[in-house]
Design a binder for this molecule. Structure first.
Ligand code: CA
Length: 161
């Protein structure tokens, strides 16, 4: 599948974005791509089911308020076949928050409006958690710059010269 043009480029993972609002969908795609993720897009529930099977995304970010088949239904359908982490995007609504809380499991959710920084931080954390669960010691146990031996690398000889 991967042609020469993408060889050597490290892909951080594939994200399936399901969002019916075109502007938000494009912003999610733009920011995810910029962070090194491959992005699949779907504008409604039925359109999300096929790529969730075919592209085998590493994470699904889905708006729960979709026309037709809503996000809850899509999540249940995906869950029957896969343990992919699902980040649910919700409107500020008490009833929806309650349902999300009950069905959240190992997933996570963000209440709209959210910043893209917040979203990407959530995505990274979820992918890291998923990799550590799957990959055990081969995951990424320490965030960049937080390795316990980092302090040994600091160069403070300048003070002595
Ligand atoms: Ca929506």
């Amino acid at each position: 599948m991967c042609r020469d043009s993408c060889r050597g480029r490290r892909v951080a993972g594939t994200i399936l974005v399901v969002e019916d609002e075109a502007i938000l969908r494009e912003r999610l795609a733009y920011n995810s791509t910029r962070e090194g993720y491959l992005v699949e897009l779907a504008a409604d529930g039925p359109a999300a089911i096929a790529p969730s099977r075919k592209a085998k995304p590493d994470l699904i970010a889905i708006d729960l308020m979709l026309p037709g088949v809503d996000g809850f239904e899509v999540c249940r359908s995906v869950r029957r076949e896969s343990n992919v982490p699902i980040l649910k995007l919700t409107a500020r609504d008490g009833e929806v928050d309650g349902r999300v809380g009950l069905e959240i499991g190992a997933d996570d959710y963000l209440t709209k409006p959210f910043s893209m920084r917040e979203l990407m931080a959530r995505v990274r954390a979820m992918l890291r958690r998923a990799r550590m669960t799957e990959g055990g010691p081969h995951g990424e146990p320490y965030p960049a710059g937080h390795h316990p031996l980092d302090h040994l690398r600091t160069d403070d000889r300048s003070a002595a010269t």
